[in-house]
Design a protein around this ligand. Sequence first.
Ligand code: AMP
Ligand code: GLY
Length: 423
Amino acid sequence: MKVLLIGSGGREHALAWKLAQSPELTKLYAAPGNPGIAEHATLVPFNTEDNDAVVSFCKDNAIDFVVVGPEAPLVAGVADRLRAEGFAVFGPSAAAAQLEGSKGFTKDICARYDIPTGAYQRFNNAPKAKAYIREQGAPIVVKADGLAAGKGVTVAMTVDEALAAVDDCFEGAFGAAGAEVVVEAYLDGEEASFFCLSDGKHALALATAQDHKRVGEGDTGPNTGGMGAYSPAPVMTPEMVERTMKEIIEPTMRGMAESGYPFSGVFFAGLMITKKGPELIEYNVRFGDPECQVLMMRLKSDLLPILYATATGTLDKVTAEWSDDPALTVVMASKGYPGSYDKNTPIKSIPGAGEGAKVFHAGTALKDGALVATGGRVLNVTASGKTVGEAQARAYALLDKVEWDNGFCRRDIGWQAIKRERA
Ligand code: AMP
Ligand code: GLY
């Protein structure tokens, strides 16, 4: 099978690494890819935001299957265009991608199909949103409706903070994403991420993960795209997984189909495990980054037929086997991230990795033949172990061999799970 992978992050490096192990793969292309992905794929440098360019590349190269990594091309309708041209695609239609693209859309689906989530209201102007916040009191959560690169959410501990967040949204802090605001009840509990494939009719549960969103140790400081993750998430017991499937995933899949937007792709459900059980915080319609890296490290099955079955409506015919060994990934970022940082700093050396360990590239590039850091999040040092503690020790041992002066990382990825293991 000739496959085109769209994307250029650590998530796509992990997908490329796993796809490249498939006996069914004859050729892997990646657009635009990165120097790590180039170990497994031929890089093709066309603009992946240009749907016409994607379609003509697939026609010219007789591509059998397209795997879309990030959300932006999905929201821009790349999957619709490719399907209309007869290509098999892993990733939802633009209409179904609203599950990530519009928080208000998702909340309405939850309300209609009785999916547990925080009580909410949608607003298109500040005075009404503020009146609702004053009536509800704090803590309360204010969200820009649209895609805001993970920055549009304020968990407000005071009413004043929530009112200021409403002003930020309507004054354009998140651009068009803030033209509508969702105000929702604060959920108290432990967070976890759950990944599940859907072909529109069938669901296949994958695995669970927990990430570390804050830049600082002890989960402090500003939010980031994720500074590390591990899988599985201990809070997601088999009972919680079963309840999540029954109470959240299955009604969403049914609701999307009944609403005219059958969902084909991966549900990345952000959950809060509250006293009542699993409640939905949000959906993403693509794999998490860096959660995907730990999932791929644990997946024993061939990824390619599983993704292909998702795209072709035959998910009931495949299974996914997972290693019981936990996996953990540590993000190395450019000093200054998530604020401003220097670009094109040299990465002198990356250690080769052995069984159950791998350094995935995210924001790297080759400049005059030398590897440089170009992004905020740059490398994902990933390892598995018999326990989260062992996976963590192996990941940091590998990370300490990376020679990159401008890099930093958190030293405590996995701390909650390790505390549990030692209790
Ligand atoms: P989101 O971008 O929707 O994932 O939100 C970012 C983070 O805000 C989540 O990972 C949670 O930590 C927090 N959050 C979002 N919604 C709520 C909520 N209703 N209650 C408590 N925390 C929330
Ligand atoms: N790590 C969180 C995300 O991919 O959205």
